[in-house]
Design a protein. Structure first.
Ligand code: 3NM
Length: 221
């Protein structure tokens, strides 16, 4: 996958839309310029069965309309059924090598990793990119680990410079730059966009912050 696709990586499930219609929130985020979308349908009130399939299909179709990659969190069957562009899994979601062989070589595979060891193992098992965090404190994942700052990204990027990384956890436009400076290709966010009063504007501001940090990094290289 191209690292640019990870620049502003929006993650949302139907329960993250702050009481609004999640499809409208996604549409606004896509208009604002998110570069990737992950459907992460988790937690109390998460859709299941037919309702999930209908919602996921609507998300996929909207992403297609905007030419933005559609990634499914965790649910291999749903990802394959929908012909998603990718699948994202955590360390607890099963053997990454087996997951790679189930989805085939074409589908993007993202893996959450928390240290350089997990990063190396994910790369060896066929991951296309890593999600690393939580960089800052987050309220969107009740079982998230302690905030780790940007050190983990720096270490993993130094060990595996060709493996694209996105930072996650508590990232907003005003604290995105250190994540990029540490070596990430982009930032992944739930609440910075899904809870924003204007998701399109929030996506634009994140995009600008990431672009500026990338340009600054290239200037000082
Ligand atoms: N994974 P927000 S933190 C889904 O550390 C997720 O692996 C994390 O939400 C990890 O942008 C997180 O609202 C939640 O902080 C990110």
């Amino acid at each position: 996958m191209k690292p640019e696709q990870l620049a502003v990586y929006f993650i949302m499930g139907s329960v993250n839309a702050a009481g609004r219609n999640p499809i409208e929130v996604l549409e606004s985020a896509l208009r604002g310029g998110v570069t990737c979308f992950q459907l992460r349908e988790k937690g109390p009130g998460a859709l299941k069965g037919e309702a999930l399939l209908e919602f996921a299909t609507a998300c996929r179709d909207l992403c297609r309309e905007h030419g933005v990659g559609f990634i499914v969190n965790d649910d291999v069957d749903l990802a394959v059924h929908l012909g998603a562009d990718g699948l994202h899994v955590g360390q607890e979601d099963g053997d990454i090598r087996k997951i790679r062989s189930r989805i085939g070589g074409q589908m993007i595979l993202g893996v959450s990793a928390h240290d350089a060891g997990e990063a190396g193992a994910a790369l060896a098992a066929g991951a296309d990119y890593l999600g690393m965090g939580p960089v800052y404190g987050t309220r969107s994942k009740p079982d998230a680990r302690e905030a780790s700052g940007t050190g983990l990204i720096r270490d993993a990027h130094a060990a595996h410079p060709d493996l694209p990384i996105v930072g996650i956890g508590g990232i907003r436009a005003d604290n995105a730059a250190p994540v990029i400076r540490a070596g990430a290709s982009g930032v992944s966010v739930i609440s910075a966009i899904s809870h924003a009063s204007d998701p399109a504007r929030a996506a634009r501001e994140l995009h600008q912050a990431v672009e500026e940090a990338i340009m600054e990094k290239e200037r000082t290289r």
